[in-house]
Design a protein around this ligand. Structure first.
Ligand code: NAP
Length: 291
């Protein structure tokens, strides 16, 4: 049944540019409907030059909170009154909430990334993580691997200058991040050591579903029982994850991270301990045509 919108309906949303393909409204509105709450979650396309005006407007109209996606995850920092340590460490905000007439920013991507990993190992102190890519999502993955306590974190990228900047950006981090950077050509030496191999590049994302960051031969060197984690959620599974399963690795797709970062944000906005994660996951699976 269509939700009745009234003058009392509370506003949540996502800001991005573009934002029309965001899956966040699907999962958040499913949870809101399930909980029977008088909220609505809307996509707001905000151009970079309109960000400050949009945030002021949100305050004026009483928006309760909002998600932040590309290209605003870093640009929003100056417009917030407080930023949680985890968001400071990652250098990006993906969730904002209005509290005591102030905007507070946090980052739930780290929690989202970690959620599906918790069940596999109790102790990560001997584990080696290899991360493909050094963009925005890789930052949450590095913070997550640091929180897990991984023995070694290796970040592999194609651009040496950007790789160096990436490493430098962690030097003053409140997280004790210990990472090595590598050019893509060094990947074959790293794969046999990896207990956790994470793809944070868009290689293999729809519509280029036949692509993978690794060749089949490179993937064959992954240890059986290692975890291959792809942040991409369409297609599901990606070629990368199919290759990993073929060599006996555990495959984790990006859908669960998406669901769990959203669930963590909804808990903050609604100020409640639990939200219907299963409802959010099912809504996304249905929307994406997954079985
Ligand atoms: P981003 O900031 O643009 O970073 C992408 C990274 O991939 C960059 O380091 C880029 O290298 C690298 N890359 C791109 N194409 C490459 C290629 N052909 N070969 C080698 N490296 C390549 O993007 P992002 O925000 O981190 O997002 C990355 C992916 O994660 C996207 O597919 C996104 O959908 C997914 N994601 C999923 C979730 C989730 O909840 N599941 C959350 C966030 C992101 P350069 O630096 O050299 O350009």
């Amino acid at each position: 049944m269509q939700q009745l919108i009234t003058g009392k309906t509370k506003l949540l949303g996502v800001i991005g540019h573009p934002v029309e393909h965001s899956l966040s409204p699907v999962m958040h509105n499913a949870a809101i409907a399930h909980l029977g709450l008088d909220y609505i979650y809307l996509p707001f396309p905000i151009k970079p030059e309109d960000l400050q005006a949009a945030i002021a407007g949100f305050a004026a109209i009483g928006v309760v909170g909002f998600s932040v996606t590309i290209p605003h995850k870093q640009a929003i920092l100056p417009f917030l009154s407080a930023i949680e340590p985890i968001a400071q460490a990652v250098g990006a905000v993906n969730t904002v909430v209005r509290k005591h007439n102030q905007w507070l920013g946090t980052n739930t991507d780290v929690e989202g990334f970690l959620a599906p990993l918790q069940t596999y190992h109790q102790n990560w102190s001997q584990k080696i993580a290899v991360i493909l890519g050094n963009g925005g999502a890789a930052r949450a993955v590095v913070a997550g691997c640091t929180q897990l306590g991984c023995a070694e974190i290796h970040v592999v990228g194609r651009n040496v200058q950007r790789l160096r900047e990436f490493r430098k950006s962690w030097e003053n981090s409140p997280l004790a991040v210990n990472l090595d950077i590598h050019k893509w050509e060094e990947l074959p030496q790293l794969i046999p050591q990896a207990h956790l191999l994470v793809n944070t590049t868009p290689i293999g994302m729809y519509p280029k579903v036949e692509e993978s960051p690794l060749s089949a031969e490179e993937m064959a060197d992954l240890q059986p029982g290692a975890i291959a984690y792809d942040l991409i959620y369409t297609p599901n599974p990606t070629k990368f994850l199919q290759q990993a399963q073929q060599v006996g690795a555990i495959a984790i797709d990006g859908l669960e991270m998406l669901v769990q970062q959203g669930a963590a944000a909804l808990k903050i906005w609604l100020q409640q301990e639990t939200v219907p994660v299963d409802v959010m996951r099912q809504a996304l699976q249905k929307h994406l045509g997954l079985g």
